[in-house]
Design a protein around this ligand. Sequence first.
Ligand code: HPA
Length: 262
Amino acid sequence: MSKIGVIGGSGLYEIKGLVLKGRKNITTPFGKPSGQYLIGKMGNTEIVFLPRHGKHHNIPPHMINYRANIYGFKKLGVERILSISAVGGIKKGLKPGDIVVLDQVLDMTRNRKSTFYDGKEGVVHIDFTEPYCPELRQILLKAGKRIKVRLKSGGTYVAVEGPRLESAAEIRSFSMLGADVVGMTGMPEASLARELEICYSGISVIANYAAGISRQKLTVSEVMNAMKATTEQLKLLLKETFTLVPEQRKCPCAEALKEAKI
Ligand code: HPA
């Protein structure tokens, strides 16, 4: 059975129900990942879990070594990643506690190492028309239906550099560009996974209304409380998703490097 990777975001530093088999320190040519990878099983599925901010949440979004994290999953034999993140809700109708299965990305990050291919191994341009694995998206939506966890199908994630939150005008402009949710970690995670031919899906939990959407000041405790409140739902969703993932991948992600190299 292929291994499934899970990246935990703010408020998610463990997977409840995971039967832990071990912990792995991984070294990579790109430096150190956010911490040890937890290796375990849920049902019959082998899971590799990494909390992207570190297990004590001590790594801010702009300091995360995204390349090392994704490379570590590849080294551990992971073919698919379910990535969980806390986000601010921009689109009307999205409220704290809602869970969105993302389908598009806007990348507004500026200072991140965002590729594995700096020219030494040739010049690589991966196709990113569909940033998230279409097969995993459908599986997540199906899992949600089966266990009656309400999921919003589709949403555009705007990735910002952080660590500060946004101004109201920034959120207004992102909204005009078509963004539905805002977060600080979704890129370059998604494109790095594609560069290593790993399927990647984005599950975003609305932790707060984005700046200017509600009149309230944004607080960190609001984000953490919303994540805590959805932990049980996420656990159920992951568990059901694992049972639905087929052994063989039929999506294009597995061949992302085909015809991508010059
Ligand atoms: N903005 C950016 N990142 C976030 C937010 C937000 O409002 N909430 C959670 N992560």
